[in-house]
Design a protein around this ligand. Structure first.
Ligand code: FE2
Length: 399
């Protein structure tokens, strides 16, 4: 593998970790100066990538399509690329104690280190974001091997999370240079290690938790440095229970393909679920990844059979469901059996369910969502859901 660390762009200034982008004006929010084709991958930094890969295969139905590690010449990091539908997760662990991934997992536990989006030009994306105030993390870089050229760059996002810009238009190998295909690669059809999947199709949205008072600064970060606009705003009146509360704003990119809601804790009688996350993650980070499916009953049935644990709402939730959300295609008794929630807005309805955290710390979890026209996030379910979350939080001694 030949590495060409190109110096296409000079980093203006590396700012400290506590730097926040300035509050900005509306006028800069509409122009799509940073076009994004879609999500490229989400990279988890984990303590043991081999075992995590096994979990995402057997529990969530992903197939390991590419690998880099000692056998491929990667001396410091082992990475497993896991794919299902259009979702690509990369599970990476450090092979040495002083590697940044080792420090990340020591501090945060297993969590999302990198949110990667596919762009037409990784150097220009970096230039556009950094000239508007984003902090550069990885300068525009090219990796080249016999399969072509893979280009990427990265900026800093909330906490220790990076946003990576990937341009793979001229790269035709397995995942990225340095990786070898596993189980037939991305487009493989056969192979013992291939999982037929549980129907997960794409990443619908990814939510970040930030500290009290920081939400608007990160809303402005996405607006100013990446040209996102605000789709929805939920305040603590929308999202509160007797005990805890949170506020949320949903940011989306120019073509609407990328949605990044941002939560901050709000004052309640007891500790907000967002604060519990921040306490155990030791700072801001990705809270949940929502994966879409075309058949949530089938997907959740399989996930449950595979041992994935979900949050449950009281069965009374289903008593007056049809009165609240109107006619839906799915049999309500099956939804009740699986604990799937329903919400309706002006454009249609959606079905959703949330897993329990997928690690011992009460941090990152997944959402499974099926949309029938609705473009919201399940506002009508917030109360029932958060009461369910609080029961879990109380069991952990954190409410
Ligand atoms: Fe969500």
């Amino acid at each position: 593998m030949t590495v060409y660390p190109s110096q296409l762009v000079q980093i203006r200034e590396i700012r400290g970790k506590n730097w926040f982008p300035p509050i900005l004006k509306e006028s800069t929010m509409s122009e799509d100066f940073l076009p994004i084709k879609g999500m490229d991958h989400v990279e988890f930094y984990v303590g043991n990538a081999k075992q995590a890969a096994h979990f995402y295969r057997t529990a969530f139905g992903f197939t390991n399509t590419a690998y880099a590690g000692l056998e491929t010449g990667s001396r410091k990091v082992a990475s497993y690329v896991m794919e299902q539908g259009n979702i690509r997760l990369v599970l990476s662990c450090a092979l040495t104690p002083d590697h940044p991934i080792a420090r990340h997992t020591h501090l945060h536990g297993d969590g999302v280190g990198v949110i990667a989006v596919e762009v037409p030009d990784a150097a220009d994306a970096y230039l556009q974001a950094t000239k508007r105030g984003a902090t550069g993390a990885i300068k525009p870089t090219e990796l080249e091997d016999e399969h072509g050229v893979y280009r990427f760059s990265a900026i800093r996002c909330y906490g220790d999370t990076l946003i990576k810009f990937v341009d793979r238009a001229n790269y035709h190998g397995p995942y990225a240079p340095g990786f070898v295909a596993r189980n037939g690669g991305s487009n493989g059809r056969t192979g013992r290690g291939r999982h037929k999947g549980v129907g997960l199709a794409a990443i619908d949205h990814m939510v970040g938790n930030v500290e009290l008072g920081a939400m608007n600064r990160w809303v402005n970060f996405f607006a100013e440095t990446m040209g996102f606009s605000q789709l929805i705003h939920f305040d603590d009146q929308d999202i509160s229970t007797e005990y805890s509360a949170l506020m949320s704003k949903v940011m989306q990119n120019g073509n609407g393909k990328i949605k990044f809601p941002i939560n901050e804790p709000a004052e309640g009688k007891k500790k907000s679920q967002i604060q519990e996350y921040l306490d155990f993650y030791y700072g801001p980070g990705v809270q949940h990844i929502a994966c879409s499916t075309g058949n949530i009953i089938e997907t959740v049935s399989q996930l449950r059979d595979n041992g994935v644990e979900f949050l449950r709402v009281p069965t009374t939730y289903y008593d007056d469901l049809e009165a609240r959300v109107g006619k839906i295609n799915e049999p309500i008794d099956q939804l009740a059996e699986l604990g799937i929630l329903v919400d309706r807005d002006d454009e249609g309805y959606l079905l959703q369910i949330f897993t329990k955290p997928v690690e011992d710390r009460p941090t990152v979890f997944f959402e499974i969502i099926e949309r029938h026209g609705a473009r919201g996030f399940g506002k009508g379910n917030f109360k029932a859901l958060f009461e369910s979350l609080e029961r879990e939080q109380a069991l952990r001694g954190n409410l």
